[in-house]
Ligand binder design. Structure first.
Ligand code: GTP
Ligand code: MG
Length: 149
């Protein structure tokens, strides 16, 4: 089944939104397969956001991500990559709809609370970057038959 790398950024941790965000994914029916709190190194942040290297906001983005603990997660379920992005909301604050995480909790593009992989290929790359294979838990919640037909 599909997996996505979802990370609560330092602003989301400081604002004590971990429970709120984890709850949204759980209630939707997705399955948590890994989670850890950590302060990312500069090297890890640069690798994570390598696609943005050279852009004007790259340095501040790396400084922000490494400024304190993040809550890194892997979530699993049908279409989790695309649905996760919908639940997170658009990058630009004016486009992030109410009901989405960014649309409910954020104002500034540089303090947007949460990251979600933008494709299945990105998800596979990011999961490998942030987690060891042995830390991914394969399990079957008893609710599965009531979430999937
Ligand atoms: P992530 O899930 O964090 O990857 O966000 P995203 O996929 O919605 O956006 P994208 O990958 O394009 O950009 C990564 C991060 O860089 C965003 O979450 C923003 O925090 C930041 N960012 C993107 N575009 C801008 C911009 O135009 N200005 C500034 N200041 N920050 C930006
Ligand atoms: Mg992105």
């Amino acid at each position: 089944s599909e997996r996505s790398f979802i990370m609560i950024k330092p602003d989301g941790v400081q604002r004590q939104l971990i429970g709120e965000i984890v709850s949204r994914f759980e209630r939707r029916g997705y399955k948590l397969v890994a989670a850890k709190m950590m302060t990312p190194s500069v090297q890890l942040a640069k690798q994570h956001y390598a696609e943005h290297d050279g852009k004007p906001f790259f340095e501040s983005l790396v400084n922000f991500l490494t400024s304190g603990p993040v809550f890194a997660m892997v979530w699993e379920g049908k279409d989790i990559v695309a649905t996760g992005r919908k639940m997170i909301g658009k990058t630009k604050p004016l486009e992030s709809d109410p009901g989405t995480i960014r649309g409910d909790f954020g104002i500034d593009v540089g303090r947007n609370i949460i990251h979600g992989s933008d494709s299945v290929d990105s998800a596979n790359r990011e999961i490998k970057l942030w987690f060891h294979a042995e830390d991914l838990n394969s399990w079957k919640p008893v609710t599965q038959g009531w979430i999937y037909e």
